[in-house]
Design a protein. Structure first.
Length: 278
């Protein structure tokens, strides 16, 4: 299998026709807003919003708290793609579908992507509403989005991930957030397949192996975006903190509510990221 897929090419062609070409605002940067984070959308001067359901071959989002659309327009005179919601592995999609959006971004010219999500805090320093810059990840989804993918010469993809979450950009974002007085934690994100939340024993395990936060998304898209040559940044909003000695029950509704209340700070950080020139 080659990436981008034919499906991604068809979706990219559709978006290009819908926008009447990319001359006005060719999207250079993309932001993916995860569960409950729609309010963190940066202020755009003008945009066209396209629901996933309009795009040929693009499954609708089935998760409450995920709007399922893409805003194509401009921010500070630059073309941007802002995506509300994503497709998850736990919804039953295969990894090619989970990473469809980043493949399409690549095809329409996006060079930098900021992936956000909601995550559970494992690091005892985190509180509900903390924001964590993803410095690295541990992929425990039991799947890799590049499995079965061949490079154009037919070889499997042995991709270097030593600087997946581009250090230079991450360092600049840390400086920007300090300048704006926003507390930004830096940590390791663990990705689980979901849709169950973790058992108490799993939570202790994830902390022991080096996780600062745990989620069910972001990592597959980060890997494929990196493979396609995009600069990747990851930000997790800590929607719940786990007491590792005695984890309390957690619901999706609580996750959404906490995500929404952290959106204002996240919006500032997203604007700062968009202003960092490539
Ligand atoms: N675990 C997994 N995914 C999550 C969590 C969690 O605690 N919180 C938000 N997404």
């Amino acid at each position: 299998m080659l990436l981008p897929t034919e499906e991604a090419r068809r979706a990219a062609g559709f978006l290009e026709r819908k926008m009447g070409g990319w001359e006005a605002f060719p999207p250079q940067a993309a932001v993916v807003l995860g569960s409950g984070l729609a309010e963190a959308c940066p202020p755009m001067e003008s945009f066209v919003e396209v629901p996933f359901s309009e795009i040929p071959g693009w499954p609708a989002s089935s998760v409450p708290g995920h709007r399922g659309s893409i805003r194509l327009g401009s921010f500070g005179g630059k073309g941007v793609w802002v995506q509300f919601g994503r497709l998850h592995y736990y919804e039953g999609h295969d990894m090619t579908t989970v990473t469809l959006a980043v493949q399409v971004m690549h095809l329409v010219g996006v060079r930098r992507v900021l992936l956000t999500n909601a995550a559970g805090g494992l690091n005892p320093l985190y509180v509900q509403g903390s924001i964590m810059l993803v410095r690295d990840h541990i992929n425990l989804m039991g799947e890799n989005p590049l499995r079965g993918v061949r490079d154009p010469s037919g070889r499997p993809v042995f991709l270097d991930l030593s600087d997946l979450y581009r250090r230079e950009t991450a360092d600049r974002l840390v400086q920007e957030s300090a300048a704006r007085g926003i507390e930004l934690h830096e940590g390791v994100l663990v990705a689980m397949a979901g849709p169950t939340y973790e058992t108490p024993a799993e939570l202790r395990f994830l902390r022991v192996v080096g996780g600062d936060a745990v989620s069910m998304s972001l990592v597959p898209e980060a890997i494929v975006a990196h493979y396609l040559g995009m600069e990747v940044t990851g930000i997790s909003v800590i929607t719940n903190v786990w007491d590792l000695r005695r984890p309390l029950p957690l619901s999706h509704a609580e996750v959404l509510e906490a995500a929404s209340s952290a959106s204002r700070l996240l919006r500032e950080l997203i604007s700062a990221w968009l202003e960092i020139s490539p």
